[in-house]
Design a protein around this ligand. Sequence first.
Ligand SMILES: Nc1ncnc2c1ncn2[C@@H]1O[C@H](COP(=O)(O)OP(=O)(O)OP(=O)(O)O)[C@@H](O)[C@H]1O
Length: 320
Amino acid sequence: MTEPIFEQPVIDIQNVSHSFKGHRALQGISFQVQPQSLHGFVGPNGAGKTTTLKIICTLLRPQGGKVEVFGNDVRSAVKDIRKRIGFMPDHFSTYRQMTVFEYLDFFGAAYGLGVEQRDQVINDVLTLTDMDGRKDSLISGLSRGMQQRVSLARVLVNDPDLLLLDEPASGLDPRARIELMEILQELKRMGKTIFISSHILSELAELCDSVTIIDRGLIKYSGSMDGLLTHEQEHPSYKVTLESEVNELLVESLVNEPGILSVRMTDKPRELLISFDATLTSTGNLLSKIIELDGSIESFQRDKKHLNQAFLDLTEQGVR
Ligand SMILES: Nc1ncnc2c1ncn2[C@@H]1O[C@H](COP(=O)(O)OP(=O)(O)OP(=O)(O)O)[C@@H](O)[C@H]1O
């Protein structure tokens, strides 16, 4: 039998805490980000997203706990980490009077690239971000969506292995958002790991393989996107579509079965929502019972929670 290969996580956060003037912004958070994943970091205002991002990209020293990026400690290996990451903050910096080329050239030089190499790299990153025709445009004249792409192009100049993006989609119209997500998918296909924060879970659902949810400095969930939507493993819920209309006798018989917690009819006459206690019965038992009582199932599928509901269930009410 082949042994499973355990890859080292790109980001490994263990019990990290951080306070600002007595206010506990991070209260012992732990999670990991796997290589070549697109990992969402979601939480309401003031949850601690930017603080965490700044710690990961070595701009802020954690006061407690341990953070490793590519196996290097953020406290001691600042230079090694900075060489391999690209951080895109949630605001555009103050270089608006430059052209796109001048801006990227400036950062290329700051990263130590020679003139010829910079020309090549700038052409490549402009192609990647679909900005070929904008090389000589003034940044101040670009739309918010285009400015975001320039920001992303800037982050790509040193060919980082890990991209840290703070709210990159905020303020973008739906088209610009979709286009940005497509660029990020392409970067993932190129082998990069992408860590992206947002207030809005549904914005990242299609894009991310995994997600961490943070609220008031505490991690509420970290794992696969799929796992988030089927979070209540002990009480799974299934949507059953019958070939004929649901009759009340069937509902009554199912409700009385051991382990079945609820049987609900929906606004569709052939559909039922059934949840059960997985420690007392199983999907197989449920299926056999329905077949025995009715005999005609058209479809049977796990009922996933709505994204917004999953987010609301995990985070607390109130603005902070
Ligand atoms: N420099 C600072 N001084 C004082 N308090 C701060 C500082 N930076 C952050 N905080 C506080 O720490 C908490 C976490 O802030 P953080 O910016 O990390 O949250 P966030 O999830 O990024 O929020 P948002 O989505 O609103 O940007 C908030 O209560 C915030 O007010």
